[in-house]
Design a protein around this ligand. Structure first.
Ligand code: HEC
Length: 155
């Protein structure tokens, strides 16, 4: 009984101790973190692709697709901050995220929010059948990608 108790105490202590130390990620943790956040952006890209084609007149306007993809991008945008909690600076893992992501956290959060809001605005434009602003609404989403990449993503 006392052995089990001691094990429980020991593992609780290990948990407590390991929490602050977790800031020093293993290479595996760092490479997972990079893979996951890049995956989010790949999905974002796949969702804006068809919308960009519509905005440029290269594909017919499909309101259902715009609404669905804007909703998906909104959801994906809400995951961005969680997947940047892992500070991979100096981990040696290959990433296009610039160190500034973890230096200007408030601005990075704002630029993430800009994407969320642009995708929400696009959904409202579709819901209101505001046809005159379909192109503008899509371009506004694209502008938030560029604004963040200009400051936080290496080419
Ligand atoms: C708040 C900042 C921010 C916003 C907004 C943002 N991105 Fe990014 N994006 C990044 C960062 C940082 C990286 C680099 C991630 C890495 O390599 O770890 C990145 C990487 C990417 C990548 C490359 C992923 C890979 O596999 O390496 C694509 C594609 C991409 N973004 C597309 C987009 C699109 C499309 C949008 C807008 C709809 C967008 N991003 C909005 C910050 C942002």
């Amino acid at each position: 009984m006392s052995t089990i108790r001691n094990i429980m105490i020991a593992s609780t202590c290990a948990l407590l101790v390991s929490t602050p130390v977790a800031a020093q990620m293993s290479e595996k943790q760092a490479s997972n973190a990079v893979e996951f956040r890049q995956s989010i952006f790949q999905l974002v890209k796949s969702n804006i692709g068809p919308l960009g084609a519509m905005a440029k007149g290269k594909a017919p306007i499909d309101e259902a697709v715009i609404a669905k993809n804007a909703m998906r991008m909104e959801q994906l945008s809400l995951m961005i901050s969680d997947y940047f909690v892992a500070d991979t600076r100096g981990s040696g893992v290959k990433t296009h995220a610039l160190d500034k992501v973890w230096e200007n956290t408030a601005d990075f959060a704002q630029k993430t929010k800009d994407l969320t809001q642009a995708t929400q605005a696009l959904q409202a434009i579709i819901a209101n059948k505001d046809t005159a602003n379909y192109g503008k609404g899509i371009a506004a989403v694209g502008a938030t990608c560029k604004a963040c990449h200009d400051d936080y993503k290496a080419d």
